[in-house]
Design a protein around this ligand. Structure first.
Ligand code: BMA
Length: 339
């Protein structure tokens, strides 16, 4: 029984491995990574930054799949154990609210939350430039595309899994049209998932180190705990050989998540393994979703590796929250009061 409580359901059947003996890290990798390898379907060359949720007795996911023509689209996959995936070769086909077919030119980096019986998906899409696409499904067979929630340019849209003070909340990272060389995490609120405002900057890039010096972006849907919202996010270091994506973790105030309380001074996972350092884009570890079990405090993290593979890592909420609090450094500009 964990001391820090995850507020959510018990999911005793999520993928899990105990921390290997002698390992002193706060998060540890699945010993059989990657769980999705090159060329997973006829059409798809690489599957990586993906959103996994529970569904029925098993698991379902919306996967970012780069097609063999080199463009990303979203694909549905199903799994009984969360590790072995059966991914559809055909991408998701969207129909808008008027019943008219709509297919984005490209789609990447999905995140999913469930409100009542409906799953909402936020991803990065083309809308005269990259910004946040938005849609919903109940059954992962029929998908309704909703109005894009933001104008270009934006990426890494992550909804909170419940309303806070009766408002939907969304993290995002305003950006530019290309491989953005800057970026901080902002939060916006909405009464209806249509109109968004009251934007605040939550967390800024930088700090005393370099691993998150270039840009940061929200990763998985925040996890509600008795200590605040637990957020995995990515931090980018610009090197002479390109960007390096690591991930860190933060705790946001439970009633006012525009306020960051703690964030890790050091990364908690950085590309080290071959499947993270070598691939289509080397040196990328990009968290996009988690599954967690309230009873045991186990957290299973799905992350994209080297823009090529899907990989899994594990953490325990007590140890992780303690680590974040004891190894925290806020960055100038974090949780700035609105003026
Ligand atoms: C970002 C996004 C991610 C990708 C990362 C590393 O800009 O495109 O999907 O994993 O770059 O290439």
């Amino acid at each position: 029984m964990s001391k820090v409580k995850i507020l959510g359901g018990n999911l005793p059947n999520i993928p899990w491995q105990n921390k290997p003996k002698g390992n002193t890290d706060v998060i540890w990798r699945h010993d059989n990574n990657p769980i999705v390898d090159w060329n997973p379907t006829k059409k798809c060359a690489r599957i990586f930054n993906s959103a996994i949720v529970t569904f029925g007795n098993g698991f379902i996911g919306v996967f970012r799949a780069d097609h063999k023509i080199g463009k990303p689209q979203l694909h549905v996959g199903r799994s009984k154990d969360g590790l072995n995936w059966d991914i559809e070769d055909e991408e998701i086909h969207w129909v808008d609210e008027d019943g008219i077919e709509y297919q984005p030119d490209y789609s990447y980096d999905p995140r999913i939350v469930k409100f009542d019986d409906t799953y909402y998906i936020v991803w990065c899409t083309d809308f005269g430039g990259p910004t946040l696409g938005f849609g919903r499904t109940k059954d992962f067979k029929e998908f309704t595309r909703l109005e894009n929630i933001f104008i270009p340019f934006n990426r890494n849209g992550v909804l909170f899994p419940k309303k806070i003070n009766d408002k939907y909340m969304l993290l995002s990272r305003p950006s530019d049209s290309g491989h953005t060389p800057f970026g901080d995490i902002f939060i916006s609120e909405s009464p209806d998932l249509v109109h968004w405002g009251k934007h605040r900057r939550v967390m800024t890039r930088g700090g005393s180190g370099w691993w998150q010096g270039t840009k940061i972006g929200a990763g998985a849907v925040p996890i509600e705990t008795t200590e605040g919202w637990l957020l995995f996010y990515h931090g980018v270091n610009g090197t002479c050989n390109g960007f390096v994506y690591s991930f860190g973790a933060a705790i946001l105030d439970i009633n006012n998540p525009s306020k960051v309380l703690y964030r890790t001074k050091e990364y908690i996972l950085t590309p080290e393994k071959n499947y993270e350092t070598t691939g289509f884009v080397p040196n990328v570890a990009f968290p996009c979703s988690t599954l967690q079990d309230a009873d045991t405090g186990r957290i299973t993290i799905y992350y994209g590796a080297a823009d090529t593979y899907l990989a899994v890592a594990y953490a325990e909420v007590d140890e992780l929250v303690k680590y974040i609090k004891e190894n925290s450094e806020l960055v100038s500009g974090d949780a700035e009061e609105y003026r």
